[in-house]
Design a protein around this ligand. Structure first.
Ligand code: UD1
Length: 419
C-alpha cells in the first residue's frame, strides 16, 4: 500500500506551479459531449477522477487522449446513452454527464454516483431541475432512466449546488428556448464552465453571480481552452507557509477566487500578497487562532479547505471554532489530528480547536481527499516522522503532492508500507 512519509519541521520556501482545477476540468469534459468538433483542454492535472471521466466518455463512444498535460476529446462518434455502471459508481462527478447525455441523445441511463464518503450527497436538485426542463425521470433498482427533449425553464435552486448548476448549464445551452437559474452556485468553476461553453458558441450570461441566463438552441463547436487553476490546491500549498514558518509563492493562483481563505490567513498574522502571476504567503511567528471559520457556498469559506485550515488552527495560538455547513460528516481528520497531539473537540457540525504548541509525527490514515491533505500539512509542521496511509484519496485531487512539497524543501516521499 502506498503512503506518504514526512519528516516535519523544515520551513518551506520557494514557488510552486498550480495545476488546472480538477473541479473545472471534469465538467468541461462532460460539456465536450455537446460539441460538434473536438476540444482541447490544456494544463490538466493527471488524476484518477479525470482518467475515470475519460474512460466513461470512451465507453460512450468518444475519442479521448492525453497529449502531455493536455486532453483532446472528440465526441463526434458518441453513440451510447448508457453510463458504464462501475466507473460512474467510483466518482460523484459522473452526475455532470446527466445533462449533456440527455441533451445529446434525448435519453440517458445512469447509476447513482459515488465519490468521497463525506455525507449523504443527494442528487435531488439535479433531477428536479432536469424535470423542470422536460425530462421524464424514472428510478428503479439504483438505475435512473431519463428521457425527453429538453426545453428552457425558470429554475430556482433551493440550495446553490455546484454540480446541479453545472448540469443545468450544460443541459440548457442546446435546449429549445431560454433558461434562467436563480440561486445558482457562484463558484469560480461554474464561471469557467460558462466561459468554455461561450467559447464553443453558447450564450451564457451572469455565471459567477446568483442568476444565470442561458440562451437555448445553440450549436456548439469545439475549441482549445485552458481551464482555471486549482484554488484548493493553491490554498493547500499556501497553508504550508504558516504551518512550517515558511514563505511560499503559488504561481498561477488567483487571489480573487480565494479571498475567504486569504482573509483568514491575514487574521492569523500571515503576510499575504498578490504578486505578478500568483499569490505569496509568508509566516510571521506562530499563527494566531481565529474566532470562527464557517464553511458555506462561494464566496464564503470553501468546505474543500476546511480540513486543511483545521490542521493549521490545531497549531495556532489560542482557540478557534470551525463550523461545517456544506457537508455533514466531514470531520474525519479531527480524530487523526488529535492522535498527532492536537486538541480538537467535535460536537455535530462544530469543532472547537484549541491550538497546541507542537504536533508530533504519527502513523495516520486519510479518510477522504481533503482530510488526507490536512494530515500531510500537519505532518509538515510536526516534530518527527508522520506516515499518512490511504493516500489514494489524496491522489484523487493532487497530482504528486509529494513532488510539490519536496520542491519547496519538504522531506516528503511516497513509500510502500505494509497494509
Ligand atoms: C462540488 C465540488 C466539491 C465541493 C462542493 C461544494 C466538484 C467535482 N466537486 O461538489 O469538491 O466540495 O462542490 O463546494 O466540483 N445537495 C443536495 N442535493 C443535490 C445536490 C447537492 O442536497 O441535488 C447538497 C449536498 O449534499 C451538499 C451541498 O448540497 O450538502 C453541496 O453540494 P454541491 O454544491 O452539489 O457539491 P458538488 O457539486 O457535489
Amino acid at each position: 500500500m502506498e503512503a506518504f512519509s514526512i519528516r516535519g519541521g523544515t520551513p518551506l520556501a520557494g514557488q510552486c506551479q498550480i495545476q488546472g482545477a480538477k473541479n473545472a476540468v471534469l465538467p468541461l469534459l462532460a460539456a465536450g459531449l455537446l460539441c460538434d468538433g473536438g476540444i482541447r483542454l490544456d494544463n490538466c492535472p493527471r488524476l484518477k477522477d479525470i482518467d475515470n471521466m475519460l474512460r466513461i466518455l470512451q465507453a460512450l463512444g468518444c475519442k479521448a487522449r492525453w497529449d502531455n498535460s493536455a486532453i483532446e476529446l472528440d465526441a463526434g462518434g458518441a453513440s451510447s446513452y448508457r453510463m458504464p455502471r462501475e466507473l460512474s459508481k467510483q466518482m460523484r462527478s459522473s452526475i455532470f454527464m446527466l445533462g449533456p447525455v440527455l441533451a445529446r441523445f434525448g435519453q440517458a441511463e445512469f447509476t447513482y454516483p459515488g465519490g468521497c464518503e463525506i455525507g449523504l450527497r443527494p442528487i435531488d436538485l439535479h433531477l428536479s431541475s432536469l424535470r423542470a426542463m422536460g425530462a421524464e425521470i424514472r428510478e428503479d433498482h439504483g438505475l435512473i432512466h431519463c428521457k425527453g427533449r429538453l426545453h428552457g425553464a425558470q429554475i430556482h435552486l433551493d440550495y446553490p449546488s455546484v454540480g446541479a448548476t453545472e448540469n443545468i448549464l450544460m443541459a440548457a445551452v442546446t435546449a429549445q428556448g431560454d433558461t434562467v437559474v436563480h440561486n445558482a452556485a457562484r463558484e469560480p468553476e461554474v464561471r469557467d464552465l460558462a466561459r468554455f461553453l461561450n467559447a464553443c458558441g453558447a450564450r451564457v450570461r451572469g455565471a459567477g453571480g446568483g442568476t444565470i441566463h442561458i440562451g437555448g438552441g445553440a450549436q456548439l463547436h469545439g475549441c482549445a481552452y485552458t481551464p482555471l487553476n486549482d484554488r484548493i490546491v493553491a490554498g493547500t500549498i499556501l497553508l504550508a507557509a504558516p504551518m512550517t514558518g515558511g514563505d511560499i509563492f503559488a504561481k498561477g493562483a488567483r487571489a480573487e477566487d480565494m479571498q475567504a481563505v486569504l482573509s483568514k490567513l491575514r487574521q492569523m498574522g500571515c503576510l499575504v500578497s498578490q504578486e505578478k502571476g500568483g499569490v505569496r504567503v509568508r509566516a510571521v511567528g506562530r499563527p494566531r487562532a481565529v474566532r470562527r471559520v464557517e464553511t458555506n457556498p462561494h464566496p464564503s469559506f470553501p468546505t474543500d479547505m476546511q480540513a486543511q485550515m483545521m490542521a493549521l488552527l490545531a497549531k495556532a495560538n489560542g482557540t478557534s471554532v470551525v463550523v461545517e455547513n456544506v457537508f455533514e460528516n466531514r470531520f474525519a481528520h479531527a480524530g487523526e489530528l488529535n492522535r498527532m497531539g492536537a486538541d480538537i473537540e467535535i460536537s455535530g457540525r462544530t469543532a472547537i480547536v484549541r491550538g497546541v504548541e507542537t504536533l508530533f509525527g504519527q502513523r495516520v490514515a486519510s479518510r477522504d481527499l481533503r482530510g488526507g491533505a490536512a494530515l500531510v500539512l500537519a505532518g509538515l509542521g510536526a516534530q518527527g516522522e508522520t506516515i499518512v496511509d490511504h493516500i489514494a484519496y489524496i491522489d484523487r485531487g493532487y497530482e504528486r503532492l509529494e513532488a510539490m512539497f519536496a520542491g519547496l524543501g519538504a522531506d516528503m516521499q511516497r513509500v510502500e508500507t505494509e497494509a
